[in-house]
Design a protein around this ligand. Structure first.
Ligand SMILES: C[C@H](O)[C@H](O)[C@H]1CNC2=NC(N)=NC(=O)C2=N1
Length: 112
């Protein structure tokens, strides 16, 4: 059957299927260099994005939802009038994996 952009790609979250370990502190520091303004907090990575108004914040949230559904990897989100706080962690390992980094990169690219 013909594939369309709206056919969400199923289950790309290899990290969440187990057998993957959290990045070492050294690998994590190195990976953060490939991201913009992400910080390690409570065994996850976070970035706070600022916007002009609530409409822009929500549009960004919806763009993130598209990425999360395609990657089967879902951030914790905190939304305010002019900001979105994005947090990634791989729950199955209780830490940050390559998958979190890749998703954070995809989120960064939305406003690059
Ligand atoms: C079954 C499913 O793949 C898992 O529950 C996924 C879903 N999305 C997820 N998202 C994030 N951020 N971490 C996870 O460990 C995770 N697990």
């Amino acid at each position: 059957m013909e594939r369309r952009p709206s056919d969400l790609r199923p289950g790309r979250c290899a990290a969440c299927e187990g057998g993957v370990s959290a990045l070492s502190p050294e690998a994590l520091t190195q990976s953060l260099a490939a991201l913009t303004d992400w910080q390690v907090k409570d065994a996850g990575i976070e970035r706070r994005f600022r916007f002009r108004n609530f409409y822009e914040s929500m549009a960004f949230v919806n763009a993130i939802a598209w990425i999360a559904a395609r990657e089967d990897h879902h951030p914790d989100l905190q939304v305010g009038y002019d900001y979105v706080l994005v947090r990634f962690q791989t729950h199955s390992v209780g830490g940050v994996t390559e998958n979190d980094i890749l998703c954070a990169q995809a989120v960064d690219a939305l406003i690059a």
